[in-house]
Design a protein around this ligand. Structure first.
Ligand SMILES: [Mn+2]
Length: 461
């Protein structure tokens, strides 16, 4: 018997992957997991007949000759289907978008492009083959892509996620139904939890990184906690967020994490507690007598392992073009144009920082017809400066708070460099490249065609 399976506790991307896999492997029987993720229940109920999934127990006694695994590559997440099958005797093909780990299914033929959704990977294949699919299947697949990409906002979203989504629309997918299946915070219970988490959010800095947590004791595992944490993450614009849910009667804690800091791998952090997922989203359930103790252990682990936040000294331009306070506005304007800067610190003859002159100030002088007057008349004298240790996030906040675009970096009275809004934007833009680099280093092929290779090739030149 040949079968298609997803991970235990099937979610929407998993179901989407299975639906598309049926087109690639028409002689394979699709199997459902014993447990279905709450987010996927509504869709599965409606399409149960159409999908024709069999349960793992119906496989008992049947000899498996081939297994196609989607949306996971971990042995731990497919054990329920394996039954008496002996690894090594069964041919296994894997389609997964998660990073590699030590628990990967050994000897499998692996398709592992790290798109935002795994459904995308199978969609790319069907597109390349020029295949058509049924409208209902297009809707199911598109729901999977929306769910796993956080409506195309997660940082691992690739161009291909959009390509396949567009293709699915062309195949007749219904956005109205997709919206219906995504079940936002519609349920009262989730709204209540959402506000409770917001109210209890604690913020701390660990090695300069902003870490936010919310500890809640709940009677039972209410459905859709992941969606609630996701919403808090979006609304609060969090960098690293942990929802810590302790179920006292069951003596277990559910940790749901969300991360947007480049270079921080949430899956690796939670792997230390037995969990997994993605760099940006991961979760784990841990047996424990005390939820508070476990929360403390997680924070202690972060203290030891979290990479330090990027600082001013990491992103500043160290060679600073400065202007003289006695220089005319016209000369200063020509000078800035020449060096291609939008502003420069103003330094007096003794090397003291006395102000900052930006194009905005020059604009004022031009309007007033005062281009011949000295820089000191138009420069900003209430100077905002920072030390080299200030984190990128703090600088970003400072720019916003003080409405400035240039920040001289000063140490012991001497000018070390300058950080501009462009430096901050460049830093944020390079998140994606950095992620690709990390994935590549882990042996995972990058999202958009060959981008990590390009970055690495440049780095090697
Ligand atoms: Mn997935």
């Amino acid at each position: 018997m040949k079968i298609i399976v997803g991970h235990s506790n099937m979610d929407l991307d998993c179901v989407g992957s299975i639906v598309l896999a049926r087109y690639l492997y028409p002689d394979h029987q699709a199997v459902r997991s014993a447990l279905v993720h709450p987010a996927a229940r509504k869709l599965l109920n409606l399409y149960e007949d159409r999908l024709g999934l069999v349960t793992a127990s119906e496989l008992k006694g049947k000899a498996l000759e081939r297994i196609v695994v989607v949306d996971t590559r971990s042995l731990d997440k497919v054990t329920e289907y394996l039954g008496s099958a002996i690894l090594g005797e069964v041919e296994i093909e894997v389609w997964d978008h998660h990073p590699a780990s030590e628990r990967d299914i050994p000897g499998a033929h692996l398709h592992a492009r790290a798109f935002g959704a795994n459904t995308t990977q199978l969609g790319v294949e069907l597109m390349a083959l020029g295949r058509s699919i049924a409208e209902e299947d297009a809707t199911i697949a598109l729901t999977g892509i929306y769910a796993d990409t956080g409506n195309f906002t997660h940082s691992n979203v690739a161009r291909e996620d959009f390509d396949v989504a567009a293709w699915l629309i062309a195949q007749g997918a219904s956005l109205k139904l997709v919206k219906e299946f995504l079940v936002p915070l519609r349920e009262r219970e989730q709204m209540v939890l959402f506000h409770e988490i917001l109210g209890r959010l604690e913020t701390r800095a660990i090695h300069g990184q902003k870490v936010q947590t919310c500890y809640l004791e709940l009677e039972e595992d209410s459905q859709g906690l992941g969606a609630v944490v996701e919403r808090v993450f979006e609304v609060e614009n969090c960098e690293l967020l942990f929802g810590l849910f302790f179920f006292a009667p069951k003596r277990k804690m559910l940790i749901i994490g969300r991360n947007s800091i480049p270079g921080v791998r949430l899956d690796a952090i939670l792997a230390a507690f037995g969990g997994g997922g993605h760099a940006q989203a991961a979760a784990v359930t841990v047996k424990t007598e005390s939820g508070r103790d476990l929360a403390e252990r997680l924070m202690a682990y972060l203290e030891e392992t979290l990479v330090p936040a990027a600082k001013a000294s990491d992103i500043m331009s160290p060679k600073v073009a400065t202007v003289d306070p006695g220089m005319s506005l016209l000369d200063a304007s020509r000078f800035l144009e020449e060096v291609g800067h939008t502003g420069a610190p103003v330094m007096d003859a003794s090397g003291g920082l006395v102000g900052i002159l930006t194009l905005r100030d020059i604009q004022k002088g031009r309007k007033a017809g005062q281009m011949h007057v000295p820089v000191r008349n138009f420069m900003a004298k209430s100077l905002v400066t920072a030390g080299p240790e200030m984190t990128v996030r703090e600088i970003d906040e400072l720019f916003y708070e003080k409405n400035i675009g240039h920040l001289p970096i000063v140490q012991a009275g001497s000018l070390l460099g300058i950080v501009t809004r462009t430096d901050i934007l460049d830093y944020k833009r390079s998140d994606r490249e950095r992620m690709d680099g990390i994935l590549k280093a882990l042996g995972v092929s990058p999202g958009p065609g060959g981008r990590a290779e390009d970055v690495l090739a440049q780095a090697c030149e």
